[in-house]
Every structure is written in C-alpha cells, then in structure tokens.
Design a protein around this ligand. Structure first.
Ligand code: FES
Length: 115
C-alpha cells in the first residue's frame, strides 16, 4: 500500500489540547468506543475502551503507567494491566488482548486510523 493511500485512512478526532495528559479520553467511531491516551512523554495511544475481562467500557478511566519501560493502562475495576503498544494483558495470560489503533498528533490535531 502506498504512503498516500495509507494517509487517507487517518481520521481527525479532536484537537490535541482537548486531551488531558496521562489520562484517557473516550470517543466513538463506527459504533465502537475507543480510549485515547496522551502520555506526558508526548506519545499517543489508542485502544478499545472495553476491558476484555468483564466487557466493561472503562479503560479510558484507567490509570496509565509504565511496566519495565512498557507503557500500560490499568483497568480501574480489577486492575488488569495492558500494554499500550501491543494491547497484550501483562498481568495474566487468560485475559484477551486489546485492539489497538494507530494514533498521532499533527498540526495540533489528533488523528486515528480506524477500520
Ligand atoms: S473489568 Fe477490567 S479488570 Fe475486570
């Protein structure tokens, strides 16, 4: 796929200044809730908002952090943690992975590749 056709898949979801640092925000795209995280190191991450443990829409209200250099989100309900890079559950092997989405900031806007 060419660079040009890839870039057409990016969708603007808001202004970067509207996203609080080190906290999650929830948006809806295509009928799915997506949690977006803007970390204080300037990196952006996007995952499904639904925690796969009990299928609750809560991850945007979780705690961001670091597990041996791996950025993570910890579910506010039962504290399972997931890699923000891969979506993998890093606290147990039985909880399913999160879906992750490419996200970036460009010209003060936040863009997501969805679909
Ligand atoms: S619902 Fe997220 S860890 Fe239980």
């Amino acid at each position: 796929m060419s660079e040009e056709s890839t870039s057409t898949l990016w969708t603007v979801v808001g202004k970067a200044e509207e996203f609080a640092e080190d906290l999650g925000s929830c948006i809806e795209m295509g009928g799915e809730q997506i949690a977006i995280f803007k970390l204080s190191d300037g990196e952006w991450y996007a995952t499904q908002n639904m925690c796969p443990h009990e299928k609750k829409m809560v991850l945007s209200r979780g705690l961001t952090g670091d597990a041996n250099g791996e950025p993570k989100i910890t579910c506010p309900l039962h504290k399972r943690s997931f890699s923000l890079n891969t979506g993998e559950c890093i606290t147990d092997n039985e909880t399913s992975c999160l879906k992750t989405y490419p996200v970036k900031e460009e010209d003060g806007k936040v863009l997501i590749q969805f679909g």
